[in-house]
Design a protein around this ligand. Structure first.
Ligand SMILES: Nc1ncnc2c1ncn2[C@@H]1O[C@H](COP(=O)(O)OP(=O)(O)OP(=O)(O)O)[C@@H](O)[C@H]1O
Ligand SMILES: [Mg+2]
Length: 368
């Protein structure tokens, strides 16, 4: 095909898409044109890429609109979304693979313009799954601060229960708000809405909402990020899950992760506790979430500050109390772990650490 003919074809396709009034169609055609013309007409491909990138990344189309106020439920005047105000944010401690996926997402967003200029769309939707307290909300804060986007949060579980009957309309308002200016929209407790469509107990309205979301995920604008978080990925409609560009599973931290989180949460106090105690405590805490560890670290700091307890004693005590049940004796597990981390510890020292008489320690150790 000669050059003029090729230009003619692309012009025709872009005009057709434009006249159909379907913005997503226009974008898809332009992105393919940028890629396809790269070889035969790099100058045209570059200038089309530049126009498109400046439009899509900066949300140029939005400049003519005034930034709307955050959406509120019309009848009740209740805010539908929270826009938390945070000054700085710290990254969640994640295993290597999850960390690499997060870093890649950030990099691709930061280089969105490079991608768009070459005819590739940057990722703009992200589904994060993980047990309670594994850092999903924390990750949203971190991404928003790294990407310098305001964070807009809608908790779907609350909006469904408190606004039943109007959820669809209210979600629509939130989505329109997030589309109308660059932000990171976090739809928290996403499973509350994204139930399987074949669930017979489901209300008609939920079905409609799922359809709204399917459509939104297909043509979400490049300048905003749609992030959904859930503890129950198994409840999600597979059709919804498939439409997210990035899927991220946050596991419970392993022992090294627990150790790191413990030290971070203890902040300035962390250096006053020897390494072997961290090793022992983190091995006992396997199964705990980042949020559990934060709670333990905060208690340790409070006990130290209010009762002048030694940090090491407070940490050992909080760790041995963690999830102590008839079937799991926290003290015994911790004793074993402390012994393994530091074989030089005497029975007396162990007793002092866990707040038990040396005879009790002897008894436990002998039983092993
Ligand atoms: N991976 C982690 N690294 C560091 N801190 C963590 C991590 N996970 C959780 N935390 C701590 O626990 C707090 C609560 O975590 P967060 O609210 O992000 O969990 P979540 O996964 O959103 O839980 P939920 O499912 O209950 O909403 C965080 O603010 C943070 O201090
Ligand atoms: Mg959360």
């Amino acid at each position: 095909m000669n050059r003029t003919r090729r230009h003619h074809d692309w012009l025709e396709r872009i005009a057709e898409a434009g006249l159909s009034g379907d913005r997503q169609k226009v974008e898809v055609v332009i992105l393919s044109a940028i890629r396809s013309l790269k070889k035969s007409d790099p100058t045209l491909s570059d200038s089309l890429g530049a126009v498109y990138a400046s439009y899509a990344v900066s949300g140029q189309a939005l400049r003519s609109h005034k930034t709307p106020p955050p959406p509120a439920d019309q009848e009740e005047g209740m805010a539908l979304v929270r826009i938390p105000n945070y000054m700085s944010s710290e990254p969640p401690i994640l295993p290597e693979t999850a960390q690499a996926a997060v870093a890649l997402f950030i990099e691709e967003r930061q280089k969105a313009e490079v991608l768009l200029r070459a005819g590739y769309a940057p990722p703009c939707s992200l589904l994060v799954t993980g047990a309670p307290g594994t850092g999903k909300t924390m990750l949203a804060r971190w991404l928003a601060s790294e990407l310098e986007l305001p964070l807009v949060v809608q908790d779907l579980a609350t909006s469904i229960s408190s606004l039943l009957g109007k959820t669809g309309l209210n979600l629509r308002r939130t989505l329109d708000y997030a589309r109308s200016h660059s932000c990171l929209l976090l739809l928290d407790e996403f499973d509350a809405i994204a139930k399987r469509r074949d669930d017979s107990s489901e209300l008609g309205e939920l079905k409609r909402i799922v359809n709204v979301l399917l459509k939104e995920l297909e043509d979400w604008p490049h300048h905003s990020i749609l992030m959904a978080a859930t503890n129950h990925p198994e409840l999600l409609d597979p059709a919804i899950e498939r439409r997210f560009q990035v899927l991220l599973r946050l596991p419970l931290p392993d022992q090294a992760g627990l150790c790191e989180i413990l030290k971070i949460k203890l902040g300035g106090f962390s250096s006053e506790i020897p390494e072997f105690v961290y090793n022992a405590c983190s091995s006992v805490l396997v199964g705990a979430s980042g949020s559990d560890v934060e709670r333990i670290a905060n208690s340790v700091a409070r006990r130290h500050l209010t009762r002048s307890e030694l940090l090491i004693d407070a940490l050992v005590s909080e760790t041995s109390n963690w999830k102590t049940s008839p079937n799991s004796d926290g003290t015994k597990a911790l004793l074993r772990a402390l012994r393994e981390s530091n074989s030089k510890l005497t029975v007396r020292e162990l007793g002092r650490l866990v707040g038990k008489a040396p005879s009790t320690i002897q008894y436990h150790l002998q039983k092993d």
